[in-house]
Design a binder for this molecule. Sequence first.
Ligand code: FAD
Length: 529
Amino acid sequence: MMMIAYLERQQQQRQQRLVPDGDVELDPDHSILRALDSDATGDVVAAAAARDFGGMVFLQPARFLRPSSADDVAGAVVLASRSSRLTVAARGNGHSVCGQAMADGGIVLDMRTLGPAMEIVRCGGTAAAVDVPAGALWAEVLSWAVRNHGMAPVSWTDYLGLTVGGTLSNGGISGQAFRHGPQVANVTELEVVTGDGERLVCSPSSASDLFFAVLGGLGQFGFITRARIPLVPAPKMVRWIRVVYGAFDEYARDAEWLVTRDDSAAFDYVEGFVFRNDASDPVSGWSSVPIPPGSAFDPARIPADSSPILYCLELALHYDHIQADNVDERAKEMLRPLRYLRGLEFAADVSYVEFLSRVGRVEEEARASGTWATPHPWLNLLVSSSDIADFDRTVFKRVLSRGIGGPMLVYPLRRSKWDKRMSVAVPDGELFYLVALLRFVTPQAGEAAVKEAVAQNQEILSHCRNKGYDFKVYIPHYESEADWARHFDGDWTRFIERKRRYDPMAILSPGQTIFSRARPPAAVAASAS
Ligand code: FAD
């Protein structure tokens, strides 16, 4: 149903004029447009801003601009604020899946072009941070910080081809989040351009409401132009481990125990995924588990009464020198209490950079097979620990028992690592699971497969609601106010107040479909007279 709505919207879009009659705001001689317009060749460049990784929503902007500074961003926002209906979207790397970084007939800013370059900030003693332009990819931050300073941020995403501003607008979750918090909890200062074009520097101690509003704020309260991210000495090596479970309750018990241990006894990374108890499925079957890829998976170790769905905990230990750090001993000791299926454990020693960049290989393979370019009807949920066993029984074991053509992640996080002042919505329980259904559709499967996947996502969402789960959609997309109000729940009033305060005309991030662009008072008065 959603897919059909998207296609209809796309068709209506083609029939509309890009620049509304009577609007003077996109006068091509305007200095901002002359300075930043990358669209000199017509629709070709802007077409990139009309699509995203999801490949299901297509909304043509009027202009795709390339700001090089926060002042350029502010200039574009001010230009829109003087018009009667222009909106502005910040496009990070366009890895949203439902058009969140688009602006239908508005201005899209290519945040990748933002400067200035990254810069180290000494914070007293050995503490350091990096000032990053918001359009930098996390991959760029990693390579810059490790190469130039032997340092790195502590909290990552699995895939590093995402921008700093894009993930800070959502959350930024990976296997370090249980310990260090998500990326939104690992930033100490932001430079932000608000909806009236004001450029502000904010932090937990200065303009703190704006700071927390913007973190996980879905681009609604301001565009991040620079972020200050603390650094620590980068480990050199990682012992990367996977262990397999036949029963969900044992998997969940161990995973929750691991993420609640004291730092001194904890792994540096805890994630996990569901896979099919199946030799023939090359994407989600047995072969998705072994590391290094291709090492032997012995199915004789799987109990005969196991379900068609199995579980894999993914763990990592950082170290610098094998001998000095006793990594073999430490790993053995830490794995000993776990109840995984003995004989189904895998390990590899890789450099820290290689470990963090591991999903880059998946991207290369997906590009080669064509599945990077096909639609991605992804669904990410945060499901409370109190409901995850039921979710496993009904969703993983029944609805998704045939797999989804891509990874199905499920691993626990801790609510206490998420500051309640931030805008991002998470479940109430202290332990909740990230459930990521990262669907890849083959080019041969066609539109019917996409529709089926979208319908299945809806079925899963309805199930979560009907069962009254304590859950949230992560990287949400809704089209009705009632759905957004339900999503933010007790924090909806605060979300609206923050919108009034920082973007009263609702110019920013229209692709999130939360607020409608307000007309300036002069235009309202003119139409009334
Ligand atoms: P975009 O899609 O370009 O933008 C996302 C939203 O943020 C839009 O509303 C946009 O307007 C707004 N925005 C962008 N830049 C700014 C800015 N500077 N200031 C204010 N608003 C801004 N997420 C995780 O947490 N962990 C993962 O491991 C993870 N892996 C992923 C892997 C892949 C292959 C993909 C496609 C997505 C993954 N995601 C993951 C989701 C990802 O975090 C979000 O899709 C994120 O929004 C993408 O970042 P982007 O830079 O492409 O942002």
